[in-house]
Design a protein around this ligand. Structure first.
Ligand SMILES: Nc1ncnc2c1ncn2[C@@H]1O[C@H](COP(=O)(O)OP(=O)(O)O)[C@@H](O)[C@H]1O
Ligand SMILES: [Mg+2]
Length: 239
């Protein structure tokens, strides 16, 4: 397979390769960590393997629960095969509690609950700092159709309903998370990843942080905490 490999896109934390198939891609999870729109960067040993393990575990749970995802198989500790999607350039964020950007934007106290949870769209563009947008921008700029917009919102809420109790049983609060979707044969499919880079996870009792805020805020032991979370969730780190 490596003979046919051709780099298509090198992102901030993953590299995407063509593998001689029209419909499939190889995604490699690297050890790179970035924050604050890539102003901060580090290599964190074992991050790629840990993220790929957590991602595969979550993607398989979602698929079992009827969510269509791009994830097909894990072929090494850091590499997966996925369906090749026509990505929609927006990030779908679901917030069960206030943390990060929304606290600053709306003057909210960190940790306050949202009932119902808040869904937000952001334009995926690092140079612009991933600005908050609404459905009007997506429609008028032809990034997605009305049906796709409704689909992304509904699927993101469904993912929250599936994952919140799973994290709760492992003793965690799923504070918020980010998803990306794309099109595959006319259908809306969950793409990209679900890892501790793209969600916030707090211990239910101690409120200790187990997600990428450890890196953003220089709390240390980033990957040790990712692995503690994985272990509490029952994620096998080996392939
Ligand atoms: N199934 C897929 N098909 C095509 N592109 C994908 C798929 N899943 C994720 N992507 C894209 O591949 C890139 C993954 O690498 P990443 O390091 O996350 O990049 P970025 O810095 O752009 O977020 C992202 O741009 C993401 O939108
Ligand atoms: Mg990304």
């Amino acid at each position: 397979m490596s003979d046919l490999r051709r780099e298509l896109y090198r992102g901030k934390s993953k590299t995407v390769y063509e593998i001689g198939s029209e419909s499939e891609l190889l995604v490699q999870f690297r050890d790179d960590a970035t924050a604050h729109n890539a102003a901060k960067h580090a290599i964190l040993a074992d991050k790629g393997r840990t993220n790929s393990a957590v991602d595969g575990f979550i993607m398989q749970i979602l698929a079992e629960q009827g969510i269509k995802t791009h994830w097909l198989k894990r072929i090494s500790e850091t590499e997966i095969i996925v369906r090749r999607l026509d990505m929609i350039p927006v990030e779908c964020v679901l917030r069960n509690r206030a943390a990060g950007g929304i606290c600053k934007r709306l003057g909210l106290e960190k940790g306050r609950s949202f009932a119902p949870p808040i869904f937000e769209f952001f334009f995926k563009d690092d140079a612009l700092g991933d600005p908050l947008i609404n459905t009007a921008h997506i429609l008028s700029l032809n990034w997605a159709t009305e049906a796709e917009i409704l689909g992304m919102k509904a699927l993101t809420h469904q993912v929250n309903a599936i994952l919140t109790p799973i994290f709760d049983q492992a003793g965690f609060i799923l504070v918020d998370f980010k998803l990306e979707f794309g099109r595959y044969q006319g259908e809306l499919i969950l793409g990209d990843e679900f890892t501790l880079d793209g969600c916030r996870l707090w211990d239910k009792v101690s409120a200790e942080i187990y997600d990428k805020d450890r890196f953003r805020q220089d709390l240390g032991d980033v990957i040790a905490f990712y692995q503690k979370a994985a272990s509490r969730l029952g994620v096998p780190l080996k392939v």
